[in-house]
Each structure stands twice: as structure tokens, then as C-alpha cells.
Design a protein around this ligand. Structure first.
Ligand code: ADP
Ligand code: MG
Length: 672
């Protein structure tokens, strides 16, 4: 219930006020907002737009060109009709709109409710893309419609925010804007300025928090967006730097454990390894075991390109710890990856108990495992974030290893280390980060790099084909499989209903299995399957009982099946460079020649350039540099850029100067 009296009494901080008290929200919409991670009013106000639309200017219909760009105009509706178009599948609403200068046709798909609204007469505001239709000429496609009433004008006549609202059916952009406007009106003064007491000149140049909140949601100009973003990026980096500082101070006490490198577990590990370490792996091991054997807890980031053999190095450190009578916890981002490491550990540590703690482990079996973790016995436990639940207590924990750390939030990463304050910590990543940046981001970590791939790797050949060549691709897959190899085919979506005109994993799996490769074992794995199902399919693929694995990006990180030599990426235009690189990293892991085949018909210039870069560069560092250049610095109407970490608004790569400033201020604030 909306009750201002109650609200006033309850609290004075936006962080303590539930979002349901915002005008226009209420209990049921607040559940939808919770799915976006928005619980308090502060969460809402800090839910920033990912781009903006410039709707400051109105056009006359006469001025509108069929040039595929967006126009905003006021118009009356002359006529509306509804018909069924395109094989009876799509409901089409068509309207003739006019102002004093000209008229134009607009169409909407599957939005029958508009008929009633538009036929009530009067003037509306429209905002949409205009293209050339073969039959109707100039045409506006699915424009947003607003009744010309004052209270609706939040979405018009200004620079308008666009929010990321994944999976939201009830919450439209227009509604979100209205809610945001209401929240700012009522609560902006209750947002405390966390930079208030920080005395640096950098901070004095930033917008105050209230002004910045208004400007980031409802900017008065392009420059204002820039200034507002700068404030919040700075704020985010500042808080992060403070967190790292506190962390570092807390961890500068000596640990009360000693390890022996010469031990039984290390010996048997070395003798069960099917290969020799590379020079780079040896160097990494010697650098890191020195840390382990010293008095201070180890804090290390191990960075190495996809396939460089980080796991084997991490297991060597684990062997030192296990053989000295302590436990080792290994945290990975996905169940599939946990299973893979679990199997390796069973093989490589025959004399040590190895456990898998997954979120599917429940009831009695989970309790039994927790009991073992609380005992004195040395063991290795591998798991996902299930490892950081509060009731998981690991007694005698010596070493924590975190794989693919960029997949975890800063908090998750730290939570595991907090289970034992002086624990040795190794985090691993394939995300190439320039050294100076890494030092700033992981201020509490030393860095080790593996800069060499294991020998005998065949360079992966990358090919780009258009979809009309798909039959030749299928023939090629058949040849590879006849030679005993295996293949992945990755799709951007799980199922077709999600988005039109895109091939999707489930439907293509049916087609491939029954029509294209009826004589070959085809499997499917995607994010909506249960963990048990995923594991069953992956096991069959590891064992070579499935030849072609249809998948979504669940297989993107860490999967290691050396016999797989073909990676087909359908709709490659839908993937970013680092995802493509991770996908390509799944092959070329054995001694067989491997092929990455991207299928894309895109004619978008930027996308073609991105795929071009992907074809030409194999090395993760070069790719990420090229990626930066392609995406350029933050743009006004552009997409949000994802950096190598999970910051909310800042991108440590493109906003590096701000990161440095924030760190300097945090250093000063901490000393005071
Ligand atoms: P990543 O660094 O991407 O995590 P992995 O640890 O998964 O790489 O290793 C990739 C593959 O290379 C695995 O199959 C692993 O067993 C193998 N491997 C690791 N080190 C060596 C080595 N020194 N010689 C040969 N193969 C190796
Ligand atoms: Mg790995």
C-alpha cells in the first residue's frame, strides 16, 4: 500500500526504503523489479540506463525520410485497420497518420490493442524508425505511441533513457521511465553522498549525487550525461578501491601453517600427469610455490590464455597443500566445469579424497559432505558458488583456487577467502588484462603469467561462411567425424520462440539429429537443462559417445575435450569478441588439426569488421586490444560496454584514468 506517513517514519535513507513505496510500483511490480536486482529505492535510482534516445526534436511529417533512422512527430490518426499478415501468423495494425504538412503510414505487429487507442481520435506522439516499403512507400515501423497528455511527456521532447529490462513483459520502457521519475521526485534527497567527506580535489570537480542522479536518468544535455556518468564511475571505482585496501590490510598477518613441497601427493601427481610441464608452467609453479612456502598468505592472480594449461599448474599447488595435511577448495563458475575438474582431480590425486559440492547436492548427502569438510582429514573440494554458502565450514583450509574469476562478483570472490582469513588464494583468468590495469584492479594480488601454449598444438584454422554454404559445412563435419573427431555447434538462443529469424539450439538439434545426421550421435546442452541432465550429456561427450554437441554458450568457459576439432558458431554476429575467443579456445587442445567455422550473413559494417578481427588474430591479448579500438571510448547513443569485470557502470579498460584517480583518493582517504 502506498502510505506516505509510514514511509516518512520508517527511514531517512533511500537504501532502507522498499521500492514498492515508490508511486506507480506497488507489491506486484516490486516482484518484477526484484528480478532485476532492484529491492530498495536506492537500487532503483542506481539502475542506470544503458543508452539514450535523442527525442528532443520533433519533425514535421513532410521532413521524414525513409532512411532507416528514428523520427519523432506529432500527428492525428486518419484511419486505422487491422489485418492478418504474413501467412496468417502476424496480426498487423496499419494506420494513416497526418499533420498539417503531409501524411505517412505506420505499421505495428502483434499489437492489436493499439486499434482501440488509435481510433479514439485526437493527437498522438510517435517515435519510430522509418523505412521504404515496396508497396506503401515511406513507412514508420512499430513506433512508440503516446497520448498527448502532460503526464506522459516523460518519454518525449527530451533525451530519453533506455533501460535494460531482460525478460520483462509487464514493465515497459515507458513505465520504467515514469517510475524512475517518481522515485527521483520523492526520494532523491534521501540518497547519501558517499563521497561527501572525501577531501580530494578530484571529488570536488564531480557532480553532487542528487544532481548526477537526475542527469543520468533524465539528462538536460549530452554533456550532462557525460558528467553524471563520470561521477558514478568514480564513485564505483572509489568504493572498490577502499574495499581492496581493507582487504589488503586484513591479510598482512603471517599464516600459521607450513607446507612441504617434497611430499607423497606431489610425487604421485607428477607421475600420473600424462605430459611434461612447459617452461612457462614451470616458471609459474616456481613463482607460486615460493609464495606458498613463505610465511605470508599467498595472494596471486594467474593469467594465461585459453588452453595454456592453468588447471595443471593449480593442481600442483593443491598437491603441495594436500600432501602437507591441509584442505584445498576449488571454485568454478559452472556445474559443467566443476564436474570436469572433479574428474581430473580423481585421476590425478588417487590417494586423496576428492569431493564435489554442487547445488544439486541436497539433504543427507550434503550433510555428510559438510561433516567431512568440518573434519581434520585433508581433502580437495570442488564446487560452484555452492561453496560460499554460510553453512559450509571448511576446517584446515589451506588453499583456495578460483577459476575463471571474471565470472564471479568481487563479493563472491572474497567470500570464499573469508572462510579462513589467512588462507592462501589463487585466482585464475584467461581474460587478458594489461598489467598496469590488473595491478590497479587486483591491488591486493601479485600476478603470474603463463605466456606459452603446450607444445604440439595445431593452430586453429578459422573460416567464415555464409548460411547458404551450410550443406558443405555438414559434409565437412561428417568427414571429421569419420576420422574419429568430435564437434560443437553453438547457437545464440536455446529456443526459437525467444526471437524471430534466429536459428536456435533446440530446433536445430531436432533437425540435425533426425534429418542431417541420423546415423551420428548428436547431443544437446544448454543453460535451462538441469545440472544432472547437463552432466549426463557432457559425460557422453567426454567419453566420445556423442560426436556432435549442439550447445549454447554454456560451453563457453573452460570445457576441455581434446578430441573435439570443430567449433561451428552459428549467427556469429551475435557474439562479442571475447566470447568468440573463448569458444574457439574449446578446440585445438589436442594434436589434431582444428577448425573454427563462423556462420554469419550479417551485412552490418561494424559486425563484419569484428568478425574480420576474429579471423585475423589468434592471441587473446591482441584480440582484446583490437576489441577496444573497435568499440572506441564511451559513446553517447551507444551500447553499454562490458569490461573484463562486473562493474555496474565503470569499464576499467576504457575508464582507466578515472580508475587511477579514484584509487589515489582512496589511498588518501585510507591514510587519514
Ligand atoms: P586453461 O588454461 O584454458 O584452463 P587447461 O588447463 O584446460 O587450460 O588445459 C588445456 C589442455 O591442455 C588440457 O587438456 C590439459 O590437460 C592440457 N595440458 C596442460 N598442460 C599441458 C602440457 N604441459 N603439455 C600438454 N598438454 C597440456
Ligand atoms: Mg580453465
Amino acid at each position: 500500500m502506498h502510505n506516505p506517513g509510514l514511509r516518512m517514519k520508517k527511514s531517512r535513507f533511500a537504501g532502507d526504503i522498499q521500492v514498492q513505496f515508490v508511486k506507480g510500483v506497488g507489491p506486484s511490480l516490486s516482484k518484477e523489479l526484484a528480478k532485476l536486482g532492484i529491492v530498495s529505492v536506492k537500487d532503483l535510482l542506481y539502475y542506470f540506463p544503458y543508452r539514450y534516445e535523442d527525442r528532443r526534436f520533433f519533425s514535421k511529417i513532410k521532413e521524414i525520410k525513409a532512411d532507416n533512422s528514428y523520427y519523432q512527430f506529432r500527428a492525428k490518426v486518419i484511419s486505422v485497420r487491422e489485418k492478418t499478415g504474413w501467412q496468417g501468423r502476424v496480426g498487423l495494425v496499419q494506420a494513416l497518420l497526418s499533420d498539417e504538412t503531409d501524411s505517412v503510414v505506420a505499421v505495428w505487429f502483434n499489437q492489436s490493442y493499439l486499434v482501440k487507442l488509435l481510433s479514439q481520435g485526437g493527437e498522438f506522439i510517435f517515435y519510430g524508425k522509418v523505412h521504404m516499403d515496396r508497396r506503401f512507400g515511406r513507412q514508420v515501423v512499430s513506433p512508440e505511441v503516446q497520448v498527448l497528455k502532460d503526464e506522459n511527456l516523460i518519454s518525449y521532447g527530451r533525451i530519453v533513457p533506455v533501460y535494460s529490462l531482460p525478460g520483462q513483459k509487464r514493465l515497459s520502457q515507458a513505465r520504467m521511465r515514469k517510475i524512475m521519475h517518481n522515485a527521483l521526485d520523492a526520494y532523491v534527497d534521501l540518497v547519501p553522498d558517499v563521497l561527501d567527506r572525501v577531501k580530494c580535489k578530484e571529488v570536488r570537480q564531480l557532480l553532487p549525487v542528487q544532481e548526477a542522479l537526475w542527469e543520468i536518468h533524465f539528462p538536460s544535455s549530452e554533456d550532462a550525461i557525460k558528467a553524471a556518468r563520470e561521477r558514478f564511475i568514480f564513485e564505483e571505482f572509489f568504493l572498490f578501491s577502499m574495499f581492496i585496501k581493507r582487504k589488503k590490510r586484513a591479510s598482512t598477518r603471517p599464516k600459521n601453517r607450513t607446507y612441504k613441497e617434497g611430499n607423497r601427493v606431489v610425487d604421485s601427481y607428477i607421475s600420473s600427469l600424462p605430459f611434461e610441464f612447459t617452461e612457462a608452467q614451470r616458471r609459474a609453479i616456481s613463482e607460486m610455490s615460493r609464495d606458498l612456502l613463505s610465511r605470508m598468505p599467498m595472494r596471486r592472480l594467474l593469467q594465461g590464455d585459453v588452453g595454456s594449461g592453468k588447471t595443471a599448474v593449480a593442481f600442483y599447488l593443491a598437491a603441495i597443500v594436500l600432501g602437507s595435511g591441509y584442505k584445498c577448495a576449488f571454485m568454478v563458475p559452472t556445474e559443467v566445469l566443476a564436474n570436469q575438474h572433479y574428474k581430473k582431480a580423481l585421476e590425478w590425486f588417487p590417494s586423496i579424497p576428492v569431493y564435489l559440492l554442487s547445488s544439486s547436492l541436497k539433504g543427507k548427502r550434503r550433510r555428510e559432505l559438510l561433516k567431512k569438510l568440518a573434519s581434520d582429514e585433508p581433502c580437495m573440494v570442488i564446487g560452484t558458488h555452492a561453496l560460499i554458502q554460510p553453512d559450509v565450514l571448511i576446517n584446515g583450509l589451506g588453499l583456495v583456487i578460483i577459476d575463471e574469476q571474471h565470472r564471479f562478483g568481487v563479493k563472491q570472490r572474497m567470500a570464499l577467502a573469508e572462510k579462513a582469513p589467512d588462507v592462501d588464494t589463487l585466482v585464475m583468468t584467461a581474460t587478458p588484462i594489461p598489467r598496469s590495469l590488473a595491478l590497479t584492479l587486483y591491488g591486493d594480488l601479485d600476478i603470474t603469467v603463463i605466456d606459452e601454449l603446450p607444445p604440439g598444438r595445431q593452430e586453429v584454422e578459422t573460416l567464415w561462411i555464409t548460411s547458404d554454404k551450410r550443406h558443405r559445412l555438414y559434409k565437412f563435419l561428417r568427414d571429421q567425424i569419420a576420422q574419429g573427431r568430435q564437434a560443437y555447434i553453438v547457437y545464440p538462443l536455446i529456443s526459437e520462440s525467444d526471437e524471430a529469424n534466429l536459428l536456435a539450439a533446440e530446433q536445430m538439434y531436432e533437425v540435425l539429429r533426425s534429418e542431417v545426421f541420423p546415423d551420428i550421435e548428436v547431443g544437446i546442452v544448454h543453460g535451462k537443462m538441469s545440472d544432472r541432465e547437463k552432466k549426463r550429456v557432457m559425460d557422453l561427450f567426454y567419453e566420445g559417445k556423442i560426436q556432435i554437441l549442439v550447445a549454447t554458450v554454456v560451453i563457453e568457459v573452460g570445457i576441455d575435450v581434446p578430441n573435439a576439432t570443430v567449433m561451428v558458431i552459428e549467427h556469429a554476429e551475435r557474439f562479442g569478441l571475447s566470447q568468440l575467443h573463448q569458444l574457439r579456445g574449446r578446440i585445438g587442445r589436442g594434436s589434431h588439426r582444428s577448425y573454427c567455422i563462423v556462420v554469419s550473413d550479417t551485412d552490418n559494417e561494424d559486425t563484419r569488421r569484428r568478425l574480420g578481427v576474429f579471423m585475423n588474430y589468434k592471441d587473446g591479448f591482441r584480440l582484446s586490444e583490437a576489441d577496444l579500438v573497435l568499440r572506441g571510448p564511451g559513446q553517447f547513443l551507444g551500447e553499454r560496454q562490458h569490461g573484463p569485470t562486473e562493474f555496474n557502470i565503470g569499464n576499467p579498460l576504457t575508464d582507466f584514468p578515472l580508475l587511477l584517480k579514484a584509487k589515489r583518493c582512496a589511498d588518501m582517504a585510507y591514510r587519514e
